[in-house]
Write a protein that binds this ligand. Structure first.
Ligand code: C2E
Ligand code: CA
Ligand code: CA
Ligand code: CA
Length: 279
């Protein structure tokens, strides 16, 4: 099946350089991938910091394996999808696939409390987003609080009317909203309390600088205070070392996610991981 989208290949010409040619090839490959199962989601566990580290949820991260190009990073194909008008179809695919997987786990008695799906700013511009989300949850028999939608600060600050409408409509459904990469964008604290966020994700760059940067440590502490003050769950991503974890734990960070615990992995591998970790 082909997916409709604005044609990004219009710059094609004979003198086009290799990078541009590669881009055009990648774009048409992505168009195809959406139709024929080259894309999948990997899942990374998120755990409460407390005793026994109960599972908080999993984040769904897109993976693309192309028969010829091999693995293409989402850092590369997500921006491409955004530029080529494919991000709508992509977001819909990710949402549906994550809900399908969660429903499947639950039908087999595998306890995954929630799944977090990443959406682009453009996905929130779609005024039909909340309706689509509601339909998806209904068709898989999932309650709205089983789903978290992660958005970046850029999406949140997007003044396009659709974005603000979508944010509130999705919140009204009972779906959780999470602010991703917190601290890296156009951080303006004034909007935080005006929008119906449930969760703040402390960007991994701060977590990674924690060991040798007093500035990163004090920034993290401030984020914890903000989260606490506004009643938001703070999720620290990119936790790779025990000392990073210890610091976060001592500052009563609620939830952690990172290679120290587990990498993003295919659904079946996550099932085995859960089985070993929470027998
Ligand atoms: P993100 O949402 O901030 O996701 C976190 C990234 O950090 C992921 O990279 C994850 O694999 C990686 N990560 C997790 N734990 C650690 C750690 O301990 N150390 C380090 N160094 N990295 C860690 P990934 O999977 O390559 O995704 C990159 C970005 O692509 C994501 O950043 C997100 O912005 C975007 N993305 C991925 N999947 C989707 C999707 O389905 N839709 C949209 N719109 N964007 C997506
Ligand atoms: Ca994310
Ligand atoms: Ca992030
Ligand atoms: Ca990121």
């Amino acid at each position: 099946a082909k997916v409709d989208g604005r044609n990004c290949s219009r710059f094609f010409n004979d003198g086009m350089n290799r990078v541009a040619q590669e881009r055009v090839a990648l774009e048409s490959a992505l168009r195809e991938a959406l139709g024929d199962g080259q894309l999948c989601l990997h899942y990374q566990p998120q755990m409460f910091c407390g005793e026994g580290r109960p599972l908080y949820g999993v984040e769904a991260l897109a993976r693309w394996h192309h028969p010829r190009f091999g693995n293409v990073s989402p850092e590369r194909f997500i921006p491409l999808a955004e530029e080529c008008g494919l991000i709508g179809a992509f977001g819909e695919w990710a949402l549906t696939e994550a809900c399908r997987q969660l429903a499947d786990w639950r039908s087999r008695g595998i306890a995954v409390p929630r799944v977090a799906v990443n959406l682009s700013a453009q996905n929130f511009q779609d005024v039909g987003l909340a309706v689509r989300v509601a339909a998806c949850l209904r068709s898989y028999g999932l309650s709205p609080d089983s789903l978290t939608l992660e958005m970046t600060e850029r999406a949140m600050l997007d003044s396009a009317e659709g974005v603000q409408t979508s944010i509130h409509a999705v919140h009204s459904l009972g779906v959780h909203l999470s602010l991703d990469d917190f601290g890296t964008g156009y951080s303006s604290l004034s909007y935080l309390h005006r929008l119906p966020m449930k969760e703040l994700k402390l960007d991994k760059s701060f977590v990674q600088d924690l060991d040798d940067s007093p500035a990163a440590r004090s920034l993290i502490q401030s984020v914890m205070h903000i989260g606490e003050g506004l009643g938001l769950t703070v999720v620290a991503e990119g936790v790779e070392t025990q000392s990073q974890f210890d610091f976060l734990h001592d500052r009563s960070c609620a939830v952690v996610q990172g290679y120290l615990f587990a990498r993003p992995m295919p659904a079946e591998q996550l099932e085995r991981w859960l089985d070993e970790r929470y027998p």
